[in-house]
Ligand binder design. Structure first.
Ligand code: ZN
Ligand code: ZN
Length: 280
């Protein structure tokens, strides 16, 4: 398998913030845009989620054949889509993959009165496709990438994606709440096992989650913690761990402190940062 620019798979974190965008001087270093990941091998790309991080990506992307995989329809994961420049380029062909039952709602949001244009006025050829999530499933082989899904653990329908390229893999637990039984779920553990990079929903720290720091406790809110990320990464022997979906109120200073603590616990862990490139 060859690519135009060597044999590396490169992930660029385009948006790492959870819930809503937070521009400003206290979030400048780690970034304020909401979730978007760009996987590139040569000039071939796979995009995960369409949070506000996708807007700048749209201005830079050269490819005319684009695949976007959406984990779920919470605002922070789709709000950048109407401002993704390639959808207004008639030479672009865009596939949008989303969980079962999500496409109709997604289309609704891309219409008046939520947006000044109708979906029909978009210039690119945009195809929507739903993906079942009840089992481990190989969706498609696109651009030398293989994308697999697993049913997510969040509020409502959500997908966990695994991007495979050559012998490399990355699992995206973008919005995910840990549950004790997951650590006994053989299929789930198998899906994650030995991945090169586990991207983990670290919206909270344990004390916040349990209501010891700030009230109320956050159990059932659909997000996990830094400590649980380390636990899972060790359990599945992930080669690296990226803390992701940073809480909007978490400042650069706080993230830096958390990252430094986490590296002491697991040296191969790091806090995802907007613009950061991870080479597999
Ligand atoms: Zn989210
Ligand atoms: Zn969510």
């Amino acid at each position: 398998m060859t690519t135009d620019k060597g044999d590396k798979l490169i992930l660029t974190f385009r948006g790492v913030r959870g819930s809503y965008p937070v521009p400003g001087k206290k979030t400048r270093e780690y970034g304020g845009n909401t979730p978007c990941l760009q996987f590139a091998a040569g000039n071939k790309n796979i995009i995960l989620d369409a949070g506000t991080g996708i807007c700048q990506l749209g201005r830079e992307l050269q490819s005319k054949d684009i695949d976007i995989f959406i984990t779920h329809l919470h605002w922070d994961h789709i709000m950048g889509f109407p401002y993704f420049a390639p959808i207004y380029d008639e030479s672009c062909h865009i596939n949008v993959f989303a969980p079962e039952g999500a496409v109709a709602s997604f289309k609704l949001l891309m219409n008046k009165p939520f947006f000044p244009l109708k979906l029909a006025e978009i210039k690119a050829e945009v195809n929507f496709e739903e993906i079942a999530a009840s089992e481990i499933k190989e969706i498609t082989e696109k651009n030398n990438f293989t994308v697999k899904t697993f049913s997510g653990f969040h509020t409502g329908k959500n997908l966990i994606y695994k991007i495979c390229w050559q012998d490399k893999s990355c699992v995206y637990l973008g919005d995910y709440e840990h549950q004790d039984e997951n650590l006994e779920d053989h299929e789930f553990l198998q899906f994650l096992n030995g991945t090169d990079l586990l991207i983990y929903d670290a919206h909270f720290i344990d004390d916040e989650y349990n209501g010891l720091s700030g009230s109320p406790a956050k159990k059932g809110w659909g997000h996990s913690t830094w400590e649980e990320g380390i636990k899972l990464a060790c359990r599945v022997e992930a080669k690296s761990l990226a803390f992701f979906h940073h809480a909007p109120e978490r400042t650069d200073k706080e993230l830096k402190e958390l990252e430094s603590w986490a590296k002491g616990e697991l040296a191969t862990s790091f806090a995802a940062k907007e613009g950061l490139c991870f080479k597999f």
